[in-house]
Design a protein around this ligand. Sequence first.
Ligand SMILES: Cc1cc2nc3c(=O)[nH]c(=O)nc-3n(C[C@H](O)[C@H](O)[C@H](O)COP(=O)(O)O)c2cc1C
Length: 193
Amino acid sequence: MDKNPIIKILEWYNEAKKSEINDPDAITLATVDDKGFPNIRTVLLRKIDNDSFVFFTNYNSQKGKEIEQNNKIAFSFHWKTLAKQIRIRGITEKENGTVADDYYNSRALGSRIGAWASKQSSILNNREELLDRIKLMENKFKSNPPRPDFWGGIRIRPLSIEFWKEGKYRLHERELWKRSNIDDDWSIKNLYP
Ligand SMILES: Cc1cc2nc3c(=O)[nH]c(=O)nc-3n(C[C@H](O)[C@H](O)[C@H](O)COP(=O)(O)O)c2cc1C
């Protein structure tokens, strides 16, 4: 048995890349607000490292503020073509150095300008307002916008990972990997479906 669950995640993810029509890296990400009310949304998981995962977003968005207040989050993959799900719970840290710069610089110019123009999750009075802000940022930065300091990565270090594989008669296979701290070894248990 591999002692790093990320090896198995990569196996499943690489399989999904071959069969999913689009966005095999789409995850459903859950955070909680200051009243303990959960919030979910889809984001793209852009990096899977040996010990952690990274997605990119606006730090001033709803999710950004919720993560700032509470760094415990959860997310899941669901690959319909594989009938597989992975659920992950973990703790976050900001990834706002060269990893974020490199990813930002790899994006299309329109997306880089868009990151500057969008006050993600704030009230937008009308579409014109956004289009005006895009023009403003295009004029300001021309073809070379730097990464905004309010936009970057969130790195997630996992504490719990459940692999779910569909079984006949709904008798699915569930394998739960857990550890109390990020430096601990993983324990592996199976769960009833
Ligand atoms: C397929 C898909 C991929 C998305 N990827 C991202 C992403 O990588 N980063 C992001 O900030 N929002 C992404 N979004 C938009 C989010 O779902 C969400 O609308 C936005 O981040 C605002 O969420 P918040 O108000 O909870 O902060 C994506 C939406 C979809 C449907």
